[in-house]
Structure formats: C-alpha cells, structure tokens
Design a protein. Sequence first.
Length: 500
Amino acid sequence: MTRELGDVIPAPGEVRPDPAAGFTIETGVTISAAPGTEAVAEHLAAALRPATGFDLPIGPGPDAGAGAVPARTPGGIHLELDETLGDEAYRMVVDPGGIVLTGGDPAGLFYAVQTLRQVLPAEIHADGPRETVWTVPGGLIADRPRFGYRGAMLDVARHFFSVAEVESYLDALVQFKINHLHLHLTDDQGWRLEIESRPELTVVSGGAGTGVDGAGPGFYTQDEYAGLVAYAAARFVTIVPEFDMPGHVNAAQVAYPELTADGVAPGPRTDLEVGYSSLVAGKEETYAFVEDVLREVAALTPGPYLHIGGDEAQATTPEDYRAFIGRVLPLVAKYGKRPVGWHELAGADLPGDAILQYWGIDAADDTTAGAAARGHQVIMSPADRSYLDMRYAADTRPGLDWAGVTDVEKAYGWDPAGRLPGVGEDNLLGVEAPLWSETLRSLADAQTMTFPRLPAIAEIGWSPRVTHDWESFRRRLAAFGPRWREQGIAYHPAPEIPWQ
Ligand code: IFG
C-alpha cells in the first residue's frame, strides 16, 4: 500500500503531491526550531525518536518573518510560525531538501506534526527502534480548520477513568486534531472531582461502590485535575468541565442531604435510570452549593467554558427549571466563565454568550433554532450520529442503542450545518463526540467505541465540506488499523472499512 501525501484524517484543505520529491528521515537529520516553535519541536522529536532511533537534535532555526523565504535546512526538518496563515492553520512542504512545517500559531504547527506522523509509515508509532525507511511523500499541504470547536466528551461519572487513562485517550484524540475535551464529572452514580469546600462529595460519592453497577469508583484530587488540564493544554486541548444540574444530581444529594426537598439523603444509585433527581430551586442551600462548586472549578479551569448540563430535568418543573437556571447562569459569569448547556437550556432565559450543545435526534428543534436566531452559538452532537456510546450494530457490545445503532458510515454521513433547520454554519461553534460510559468497564472499551468513529466526527469538524467523501474517507481510514495496533489502541474492525 503506497502512502500518498493526501492519506490524512481529517482530510486537508489543499494537497499538492509531488511523489518524485519525497524526503527520507535518516540518522543525522536535525530539527531546527524558529523562535516560538520550541515546544512543538519537542513534541515532534518525542513522536519520531522512539521508532527511528535517531537523535534528531533540536537547534535554533531562522524565523519565517514577514516575507522572508525560510532558509531551507538542508536534510532537516524546519519548524516556523507565520501568523498570516491564521489560527490553527498550517502548511507542510516536503522535498528532497527537507521538510518545512509552518504554523499560523503553535496549535497549527502541532497539527502539522500530526499530519506528518500520518504520512510516515505506521511503524513510526512503535515505542522502539524499527528498521523502516522513513520516507515522507513529497509535495505541499495547506490546511486550516472549518470549525474552531472540535470536541470529544468522556463521561467519567458513570465509569471513572484514571488520569493516566484520560491522558492516553487524549494522546489518541489529538492525532485527529481534536482541540476540546469535555469531561462529564458528575451524575447520579458518582461525583468525580474533589471540591475542597464540599469534601463529602468525593468522600461519599467518589469512592468504592460508585458508578454504574458500583464498578466505576474514583475521583480526581484538585492537583490531579490541574495536572490533566496542563497535559491537555500542552497538546492544545481545552478541558470543558461539566457539572450536570438541576438533574443528574443523586450523588450530590447522597453527600449533602440538604440538597433534597425533605433533607433526607437518597440512597446511592448504580443503575441506568435517568430523570429522577433534581436540585431544589426554592432552597438557598442549593445556590450556596452550586456557587461552592463553580467557584472552585472556575479557579481550576483556564479554558473559557463551564458546562452546567441542564439535560433530562424530568424531576424539575419547567418553572423551577427556569428559576434555577436563572440563578446559576449569573454565577458562571461571576467566576469569569462562559456557560455551555445541553440544548434544553434554551427553555430558560439565557445570557448572550450561553452556548447550547444539541444532542437530539429529531429532524428539527424549534427551541434550539430559536436560540440560534437570537445569536446563541451551538455545538452539534446529534445522538444518532455523534454519540460514541451507541452500538456499532445490533449485535455489537458494549454500548446503548436508544438513538439507534451507528456504524462508521452513519457517523460520517452528515453535515452539522445542515442538521437542524435554522441552525446554519454561522450559528455553529463546532462539533463534539460524546462517549457516555454506562456500559464501559475499561479504557479498551472506551477506545473501541471511539475508534474508528471519532475520526469521522473529527473530519466533519475540521475539513472543508468540499472534501467530504465517504469512499475517500473509508479508504484513508483503512490505513489507521496498523497505526492503532502499533499504539496498542483498541478499535472496532468495522466491516465497512477495507482495513490494512
Ligand atoms: N442521555 C443522557 C446521558 C446518557 C446518555 C447515554 C445526554 C445529554 C443518554 N443525557 O445525553 O446522561 O445517559 O446515551
């Protein structure tokens, strides 16, 4: 299988192959890093050194500067910045003289590195030296994202995933230029982030016996969470923390009974039911609690967003829902963050910067369209396309199937700008692929549900619509089987893909 310059996911905007002009990375090759590219140069070296066994020393390099033609590093890999390319954009030029990666910003340069990794032989992902010829196909790629928000979500409440597991999951996501990770930190079955002013949350609802079937215990200390945020940021991923409310709060109520109407703690829940719990809109204890949580989480979150959930509030009357959300949204602003909520949030009065995350399966949603018409931005996560916990097929496990089953072609075959009448390109912040964990029991389960469908959502979020083509995608995807095997990433061998 010859590797071609365009065999990249997400599909690049512009690919000009020059097969006769390839470059082979050999021992003695150096990396030259223009000012501001040093951190990404380290990522590049870390990605190439194990499998090649080459030293790949990093030295200073000339800056592109305005209009200056970068001095080509003979036989080397040169990294530079050129802000005129734009946010997250990049250019990769490969010829016998070497490789030049240019980023519109460090994130764009990081994405150039991900693209370079994908056009090297699959063995580049090995964790030890391989006797492979590291030839990069010649030519030029110029690329930039369609949407600025390209997210994945991991539900760590139903089943907890350790810091190491989340970091491993992140390493796999960024190869597809994902730049947001939404963590669903709280739900009926568990509370997963330590809140110092509310220690019982994790003492009572983060420990042994929590999670679905009691099989998903654990929580992040604030130091661990800060470490995760930093790990993500170093890979240009913004963490979006979610505290789901007013529903999905049984775990909080077990820990703090004053959060219930009668002050009596409910029993802990480890089943799959939703929609039975609610914070009490008429009690001041409710808002003291919410403020404690939001204050501490905002201080731990350099990213701009706090997700307050708002879904499935069947146990909250519409009036109480509006009253509750009306009290909570000003708290998000008080702590300097921008609110995100599931699309039901549109049932309440919203500040202009509130973002709706659409998760429905309907042909239309007037409430979401109405909010979009009022200027609210939307993150598209239709459950029948982007929910990675949906089974691949009727006979595959794990996963749920309330939104139907989702094979790779279904995950790929949609356009976020055409999904809901009244919610067009300009209303969209981007897309996100949520992975709910009720039926997951390991990182391998999470990987299997994520790969190969996440690359479909990543391509929808990144690539120009004109490149969207199922036959091209399934052929390019086939090359990732060997890449995931080299990395020890479990994936579903979907029958509709001609796997290599
Ligand atoms: N809907 C619930 C999730 C989870 C999911 C599983 C949302 C916004 C079904 N809410 O999706 O808590 O149970 O597919």
